[in-house]
Ligand binder design. Structure first.
Ligand SMILES: [Zn+2]
Ligand SMILES: [Zn+2]
Length: 100
């Protein structure tokens, strides 16, 4: 058992591409481990990334100093939500540095 400590801030890095990510268990009944990018998406980007296996999350912060929490975006989610919406992290394609 470790001491309780704040998790979920941008202290995680993707082990593959080192991008800052947020890894959190989301949900109370069937918790889902989510690794999210920290870049907020515009509504257009959210629509573009939406696909059956890729979810968009609401990065909710109760106050400026509280730990951000990923929330499900449900049907009742406000359309004018002011929190950043982020999506699941995917590593960018590797740079083709070995060509030529
Ligand atoms: Zn939201
Ligand atoms: Zn990555």
């Amino acid at each position: 058992m470790s001491r309780p400590r704040a998790t979920g801030a941008a202290d995680s890095r993707c082990p593959s591409c080192a991008a800052p990510v947020l890894t959190q268990w989301v949900g109370t009944v069937a918790a889902l481990k989510v690794t999210a990018d920290l870049t907020p998406l515009t509504p257009e980007q959210q629509a573009a990334v939406l696909e059956p296996n890729r979810l968009v999350w609401c990065l909710y912060r109760a106050s400026a100093h509280s730990t951000p929490r990923l929330r499900w975006i449900t049907a009742s989610h406000p359309t004018g939500c002011t929190h950043p919406h982020v999506t699941e992290h995917r590593c960018p394609p590797a740079e083709p540095t070995t060509l030529f």
